[in-house]
Design a protein. Structure first.
Length: 301
């Protein structure tokens, strides 16, 4: 049983990635898509980031996708899994996101693709990432959000309750978009931004989706998960319910992945600063042709 700060079994996360590493090229489409979208974001910044870290490299997918974007000269790749790190070309090492081994101000840029949703203490990890960035360094990451696999969660809970008379945790409690920006701010990042995209993927059936998740290394790693194998009857019922409830076209079911993108900077004096309250030279009320009242006043008083 995990404490409030130990939702995920990190040893299981590592074991799932070790197991998935040899066959990862056959299941990496979601990571490549997310990596490509993240790399495109670098084009929005008209500057170079000579020294960068790829946190959660999964065999070097992001390194292959970057193709010179970001002006990166040295890319250090790290993963919780030794098997995943070994699959990456260039500089790579095994590193735990919850205990980063890097010195302060080591990088101009920290990137992470669909990795941080398995971290127990996300605020603590974000704080460590900020510390290893140089002043005015950029943090740019994608992670799975709360609407991810909502369809699978729906049918597994229903099938297990129907067949076995109860339900166990089966889908990771992903972060919500409304919390992501606040977490960046709490960790001390300047100019924090969080946004969300939805990626929809279709499969022949629910069992094909579950096999793909296993191939990605994304199997259930919640501490309170069931440790025994699922009943065949439960999986069969879940597959039937999926086909009934979440099939946009006959013979294909749909799985949703919500991808949150987090952007933040290590503070630096050159960055834009918010104006002090009351320092504005022009009043909005004047522009709108209305009267101004304090927050404590009520209209008509």
């Amino acid at each position: 049983m995990g404490s409030d700060m130990q939702v995920f079994d990190r040893r299981a996360v590592r074991a799932h990635r070790d197991r998935a590493a040899p066959g990862m090229p056959g299941h990496d489409f979601l990571f490549r898509e997310a990596a490509d979208r993240l790399a495109d974001r670098l084009l929005d910044f008209k500057r170079a980031f000579p020294r960068a870290l790829d946190l959660g490299c999964r065999g070097g997918i992001l390194a292959e996708v970057l193709r010179g974007r970001g002006g990166i000269e040295v890319l250090v790749q790290a993963d919780l899994s030794l098997a995943m790190a070994r699959g990456a070309r260039g500089l790579c090492l095994v590193a735990d996101e919850e205990a980063l081994p890097f010195a302060p101000e080591s990088f101009d840029l920290v990137l992470s693709v669909l990795d941080l949703h398995w971290v127990n203490d996300l605020p603590g990890t974000l704080l460590q990432i900020r510390r290893c960035l140089k002043p005015d360094g950029l943090f740019l990451a994608s992670m799975l959000g709360g609407d991810t696999l909502s369809e699978l969660r729906d049918v597994l809970l229903a099938a297990e309750a129907e067949v076995e008379g109860g339900a166990s945790p089966r889908i990771s409690p992903f972060a919500e978009l409304r919390d992501a920006g606040a977490l960046l701010q709490r960790a001390g990042f300047a100019l924090p931004v969080a946004d969300s995209e939805r990626i929809a993927v279709t499969y022949a059936d629910a069992l094909a989706l579950m096999r793909d998740l296993r191939g990605m290394g994304e199997s259930n790693a919640i501490y309170e998960r069931r440790r025994s194998f699922s009943r065949r009857a439960t999986l069969a019922r879940a597959a039937a319910l999926y086909a009934e409830r979440h099939a946009p076209v006959p013979g294909r079911i749909e799985a949703s992945f919500e991808v949150l993108t987090l952007t933040g900077w290590r503070p630096h004096e050159s960055q834009q600063q918010p104006l002090r309250p009351g320092s504005a030279r022009n009043r909005l009320a004047t522009k709108l042709g209305s009267s101004e009242q304090s927050a404590g006043e009520k209209a008509g008083r």
